[in-house]
Design a protein around this ligand. Structure first.
Ligand SMILES: Nc1nc2c(ncn2[C@@H]2O[C@H](COP(=O)(O)OP(=O)(O)OP(=O)(O)O)[C@@H](O)[C@H]2O)c(=O)[nH]1
Ligand SMILES: [Mg+2]
Length: 390
């Protein structure tokens, strides 16, 4: 499963976001370092289900909204200097290396210090938090490259030495694939002589790799508390998604309790059960918030990470190309996230290695036509794979 990690300063609302997105109970509190061990759970990206194109109901989507699972990881809060061990240290930067995309949660309300201590709303500047996660990550990666440089120098004495391969080895420990390293080295100019490398080159390489391998979605949280001035500054100076994680959590709990009708990502909800006066006031405040911001922002953040930053597409493998079902008659049983540019053969491998190896051909189940092995699939493609492994 694709993995997305939440990062940010302590007390920004990461665990609240996590709890809302995964509907799991984790510790959340108004003091720093509530979370120590990472929380892992399943969140979902939202997309339009292909069954809506057929006026059918697949039974797996919510009125046309299809939710595709991704893994979400919630880690301890980070403070500036984390790469040097400040706060709870750099072990949590390590937790970020296994994620494909990072959501940086900042406190739009400015009601917490850089260390996560609560202060009055508007005291601290949310814009000051925007860049520090990428800076910490890049500094930490640069340091790891520097730490490994003595080894690279030693191996450079061998006649068979290959700089790209040596760099790939150093960076693979950070969860960076050869594919990314190759692209980074192709796009930038670096000294080919190993002894010409220094801190500036380590930093440059770390930045290039971070940008390509760990895209970041910025999430300005606690907008329900934030001043109008902070909101407009954040809107003008960043591309942050405005979120109120706490509101999303309340709505989903309401759905669970059977008193609210709401699909994550919707711009409205309905109260369908009995609520007391306090709950009613809370829900009214959320309704106002949705009107102001369009949504709670939680779903939009995940969708931006999956579809925009990672550029993934949702593809639906089926066995029966006219009914769009599996052998058991379930319509559109699986929704898979594939990299953009994926081909039917890539889909076959994603379904199962054996299906990929036995690949014969594919049928576009929308047009009923055969499609070439190297055709590029699009968002919402419904595809039948014919394989010797069937
Ligand atoms: N008003 C408001 N408060 C929020 C929101 N999201 C989280 N909070 C509050 O912010 C405080 C911190 O939330 P957590 O989710 O524990 O924050 P965290 O980032 O996980 O903190 P650490 O684990 O300590 O790093 C709690 O009191 C939450 O109720 C929000 O959208 N609006
Ligand atoms: Mg937490």
């Amino acid at each position: 499963m694709r993995r997305i990690a939440l990062a940010g300063k302590p007390n920004a609302g990461k665990s609240t976001f996590f709890s809302a997105a995964t509907m799991s109970d984790v510790e959340m509190a108004n003091y720093p370092f509530t979370t120590i061990d990472p929380n892992r759970g399943v969140a979902h990206a939202r997309t339009r289900c292909p069954c809506t194109d057929r006026d059918a109901d697949c039974g797996l989507c919510a009125d046309g909204a299809r939710y595709v699972p991704v893994e979400l990881v919630d880690i301890a809060g980070l403070v500036p200097g984390a790469h040097e061990g400040r706060g709870l240290g750099n072990q949590f930067l390590d937790a970020l290396t296994t994620a494909e995309a990072i959501v940086t949660v900042i406190d739009a309300a400015g009601a917490t210090t850089a260390e996560g201590d609560p202060v009055a709303v508007g005291t601290t500047d949310p814009l000051a938090e925007v860049a520090f996660i990428e800076e910490e990550l890049e500094a930490w990666m640069a340091q790891i490259i520097a730490d490994n440089w003595a080894g690279v120098r030693r191996s450079a004495r061998a006649p068979s030495f290959d700089l790209d391969a040596a760099l790939a080895e150093v960076l693979s420990g950070l969860g960076i694939t050869d594919h990314v390293i190759t692209a980074v080295l192709r796009d930038a100019e670096y000294p080919t002589r190993v002894d010409a490398w220094g801190d500036a080159e380590f930093t440059m390489l770390a930045q290039a790799v971070r940008r390509r391998a760990k895209p970041i979605v910025l999430c300005a949280n606690k907008v329900d508390l934030a001043t109008a001035e902070n909101i407009s500054r954040l809107r003008a100076e960043t591309d942050a998604v405005m979120t109120a994680a706490i509101a999303e959590r309340t709505l989903r709990r309401g759905v669970d309790a059977g008193v609210v009708e709401y699909r994550p990502g919707d711009d409205t909800f309905q109260v369908i059960g009995d609520v007391d006066a306090d709950q009613r006031a809370g829900l009214d405040a959320i309704a106002d918030l949705l009107e102001r911001f369009g949504s709670t922002g939680v779903q939009a953040t995940i969708d931006q990470a999956v579809y925009d930053r990672l550029g993934l597409i949702t593809v639906y493998p089926v066995q029966n190309e006219s009914r769009w079902t599996d052998a058991g008659g379930q319509m559109l049983p699986d929704a898979l996230l594939l990299p953009s540019g994926a081909t039917p053969k890539d889909l076959a491998y994603a379904v199962h290695t054996d299906i990929g190896e036995g690949y014969l051909y594919a049928v576009d189940a929308r047009s009923q036509r055969r499609i070439g092995e190297s055709t590029t699939l699009e968002e919402g493609a419904v595809v039948k794979i014919v394989s010797t492994a069937d």
